[in-house]
Design a protein around this ligand. Structure first.
Ligand code: RB5
Length: 149
């Protein structure tokens, strides 16, 4: 795990309870994070919270993010509209690790209506504990990012 990374975490109402659990898990692991909301189960619009977290990454307040909504899809689609963001929506631990190893994903997304608490923790752990491999994968990440120009 990279001790120098602060994670931006955010969710919508569908994932509020799971986000609270994930934050406890991060606390137990000694992971630094900033919670950008939402702060209750009241209905909100997920793009607003994806934006708060992605903006924090763009500004350098945080280096990576964890976004959770009902499916993870709305959060990942919203996040990927932000310059410099590579968000991966996953529901298996292999993909959670590989999105770091090969794609250098700087945002992990998953769905509270898709994964349970145990799998959510396993996804977070796989994401946190897997470094980017660089090398030929860096070239491909650079190619992806060139699409933003
Ligand atoms: C909210 O009902 C739901 O649409 C949202 O959490 C998410 O799944 C969207 O992609």
């Amino acid at each position: 795990m990279d001790k120098n990374v602060t994670y931006a975490i955010a969710c919508d109402q569908a994932a509020y309870d799971l986000k609270q659990e994930v934050m406890k898990h991060l606390d137990e692991r000694g992971v630094k994070y900033i919670d950008y909301g939402t702060y209750s189960s009241d209905s909100v619009d997920y793009p607003e919270y994806a934006h708060k977290a992605c903006e924090a990454i763009q500004k350098g307040e945080c280096q990576r993010g964890i976004l959770i909504c009902g499916t993870g899809l709305g959060m990942s689609i919203s996040a990927n509209k932000h310059k410099g963001i590579r968000a991966a929506c996953v529901s298996d631990t292999f993909s959670a690790a590989m999105c770091r190893a090969h794609n250098d994903a700087n945002v992990l997304c998953f769905g509270a209506r898709v994964v349970g608490r145990g799998l959510a923790f396993a996804l977070v752990d796989a994401y946190l504990d897997t470094p980017f491999e660089g090398g030929r994968h860096q070239r491909r990440v650079d190619m992806m990012m060139d699409f933003e120009k």
